[in-house]
Design a protein around this ligand. Sequence first.
Ligand code: BES
Ligand code: MN
Ligand code: ZN
Length: 493
Amino acid sequence: MDIRSIDTSFLTWTGDTLALGLYEDQVEMTDQLGQLNDLLSGLVEELVTESDFTGKIGTTAVTRVGVNTPVKKLILVGLGKEEDAKPHTIRTAASSIARAAKGQKSQTLAISLPVVDSAASTAGVITEAVILTLHQDTRFKSEPDSNGIKLQTVELLGLGDQEKAIEVASKICSGVILARELVNGPANTVTPLTMAETAKEIASTYGLEIEILGQQECEALNMGAFLGVAKASELPPQFIHLTYKPQGTPVRKVAIVGKSLTFDSGGLNLKVGGGIETMKMDMGGGAATLGAAKVIGQLKPNVEVHFICAATENMISGRAMHPGDILIASNGKTIEINNTDAEGRLTLADALVFAEKLGVEAIVDLATLTGACIVALGDDIAGLWSNHETLTHQIQNAAELAGEKFWAMPMEDKYFDGLKSSIADMKNTGPRAGGSITAALFLKQFIKDTPWAHLDIAGPVWTEKEGGTNNVGATGFPVRTLVNWITGQEIVF
Ligand code: BES
Ligand code: MN
Ligand code: ZN
């Protein structure tokens, strides 16, 4: 699919499908819309009336124009009230258009949407929405989908020359799609070893440095928490460290740490309560980390970024860690394992210690960490904890721009009481109540004084319903937030 910007007005564009965005309360046959209505002998007005189209955000009205006509099909999409318009309005509208065009089996599509913020960012958002909405992961089907997407070209009207913005947005999408594919990939295809292979491929394609630590190297670094989780797996753990260094002096030096459990059975505290069949998604944090690395390798911002994934499986075997075991993390802290299913925080503990030793200015970890976070915030919103107010605001701004949802959660130190152990420095699991908060407090024990944010993404990495730019399955959340944050929200379109 080719996306480009062209100068043509929607009044003179010819092709398969023309899509127009209209604000609520402005669906009137005046100005250019009136001219189009005249050109089409009153068809626009009829479509609006017959489909009760009022311009509500994301709604569409679709009609066939004719057979041998300059335009074959027309899509109207609602933009909501003009005074409420945000970049996310354009994203919603563009993804509605993409779905409608898919339904119409459109081959060429022209999109005319108003500028919100700048023409460049509007073009970027439309590109992102079209690519991500139409992305379907068909790698595991033996036959091609007969309902597949027919769209060959998408032309953006009225935004000037936006080739650069379109190119940047396409690169960002390549990282989101990588993250989706990694999360969709089942545990018999996405393993610690294949994640390391993916990281190596990113390194060699885009010129990043790569370091992969195997079991022995992790032992030498005393990563007892990570290795405790890895013990029962037949597959070797892989501690992945990718480094992007800009050409000049970096303005910042940061680390991204992603939870990378390629499967979480729960360990000896086996997931008997349900949900085990979804636990291929438990490397969603690592998938987004590698997705972001792929984007950063292409955009080449002036920021040094370390991408870290402590990849393993949480399995059962005669070698498995026992409930009651005491593990020693690489910062010397001792952990009593009162539940082997709280494994993500153990792998992250050593990864955070490793990240802090790199002397970075900020660390962001992202993890499908707790069911409790889903209970608190639902499927679409991730939890955000931080020891640093400015970092919190940076992440919130980056997320707002990306249209990805986070909610700042309390780092309530008093709740650490729930993790107190009589025999070790802490237990790995607190009481049921406030389970996502005690998980964050556990991680905090492995950060000394670096500004740090923890993103619990257990809900939004996966969806069972299509909506917005998501299709059923992995969403690629929150690659775009990470990219926006790393580039300091200064992507030059
Ligand atoms: N990977 C899970 C969390 C999870 C649950 C992610 C549902 C996505 C969907 C994590 O390792 C886990 O098992 N957490 C436990 C923690 C508990 C034992 C304290 C949980 O949330 O039940
Ligand atoms: Mn678990
Ligand atoms: Zn897990």
